[in-house]
Design a protein around this ligand. Structure first.
Ligand SMILES: Nc1ncnc2c1ncn2[C@@H]1O[C@H](COP(=O)(O)OP(=O)(O)OP(=O)(O)O)[C@@H](O)[C@H]1O
Ligand SMILES: [Mg+2]
Length: 349
């Protein structure tokens, strides 16, 4: 059995249907109408110990709802969920000992007491041994740079400070599993990196299993090897991040700098299908640079470079990495065939 396992996990919310305005609200008092909103529609997910998984999807896809069911905050409407041998919503206390959760949109710290006191309270709640508490406090203070605001109440913290304090709070009791729901939302670049480094370190040093939702694709690239994409409550891709990149980045571009112009570059690739040559830049500069687009299922970057090197002197070259941004956007927009997605997910899922 996997550390986290769900089968056909579902959540249906009952949403009130109201006409707009006060009249609508009054009318709703007398004739209540509801419609069911299926936020999560049958999620099958297996996560092994030590994995770091990105759980992404467009707004409203059902990510937070899934995480709330995994952490025991919400009771599922159907299906099964077992986390480290427990059913989270039934065994909430035992489950809480094994998990940590950070919800970027809200804090688990007490608003009005100093962060240091909040952390001490959590120590008591989770019955963290004094030695562990001290060790973690020292490490977290250092890694997350907490020192300057430990004496402030959560109310007074900036967003970036609050998020760092929340991370410390979530990990204080050495949980096996950490759920991170948008842990870098609204943060500046430096704090983002600090948080990513911290998450990486916890995953590496303690083998903490991580499930992360984010709209920041940098988080995914930095933290996760496995990517699960959901849309409208269903999984549409589950596999390696690299596989999804490989599958969709058919087209690559190689940029070459030459020491002397190569006007006949086009002719070098006549026999190769789908190769196009561009000369970026203007005037003289354009003569010394080539951007060659090719289909990497039909030829390789080294084919291309070799051919150019046979005719001219290559000073420098670089290959554009497929942009995860572009790939995910295409997945969200439904441009990618689900068959292709399934193919890409095979073998690694
Ligand atoms: N308590 C609730 N009552 C009614 N509907 C809800 C409730 N919570 C979530 N929903 C609905 O369920 C769907 C999924 O919401 P959820 O918060 O899981 O999305 P998400 O993937 O986390 O989106 P985001 O990227 O915006 O955070 C949405 O349509 C939302 O309106
Ligand atoms: Mg959410």
């Amino acid at each position: 059995m996997s550390l986290i396992e769900t089968k056909g996990l579902r959540k249906v919310f009952r949403q009130a249907v109201k006409d707009p305005g006060l009249a609508g609200a009054v009318k709703h008092l007398f004739t209540q109408r509801y419609k069911d909103k299926c936020a999560v529609e049958g999620i099958d997910l297996k996560i092994e110990e030590g994995e770091s998984v990105a759980y992404v999807g467009p707004n409203g896809a059902g990510k937070s709802t899934t995480i709330k069911m995994l952490s025991g905050v919400l009771v599922p409407s159907g299906g099964e969920v077992v986390v480290d041998g427990l059913v989270p919503y039934k065994q909430r206390m035992d489950n809480a000992q094994r998990i940590g959760a950070v919800f970027g949109q809200r804090t688990q710290l007490w608003w009005d007491i100093p962060v240091r006191e909040s952390l001490a309270l959590l120590r008591d709640i989770y019955q963290v041994p004094e030695s562990t508490f001290k060790k973690n406090m020292d490490a977290f203070t250092e890694l997350l740079g907490l020192e300057s605001f430990l004496h402030l109440s959560a109310r007074k913290l900036s967003l970036g400070q609050r998020m760092r304090a929340d991370l410390a709070a979530a990990l204080l009791h050495d949980p096996k599993i950490v759920y991170l729901d948008e842990p870098t939302i609204g943060l500046d670049v430096a704090v983002k990196h600090r948080i990513r480094d911290f998450i990486k370190e916890m995953n590496r040093a303690k083998g903490t299993t991580m499930l992360l939702t984010t709209h920041d694709l940098g988080d995914i690239e930095d933290l996760c090897e496995r990517l699960v994409i959901i849309d409208q409550g269903r999984i549409i891709y589950d596999g390696k991040l690299q596989d999804v990149k490989d599958a969709f980045a058919r087209e690559r571009t190689i940029h070459i700098q030459l020491s002397s112009p190569l006007p006949e570059a086009e002719s070098l690739f006549r026999d190769l299908p789908d190769v196009s040559v561009n000369r970026p830049g203007e005037g003289a500069e354009a003569a010394f640079s080539l951007s060659i687009r090719f289909d990497r299922f039909r030829c390789t970057a080294s084919d291309i470079v070799k051919r150019v090197m046979n005719r001219g002197e290559v000073v420098d070259f670089r290959i554009d990495e497929p942009s995860i941004e572009d790939i995910i956007r295409r997945v969200y927009e439904g441009q990618l065939d689900s068959v292709v997605l399934a193919e890409a997910g095979k073998g690694s899922a």
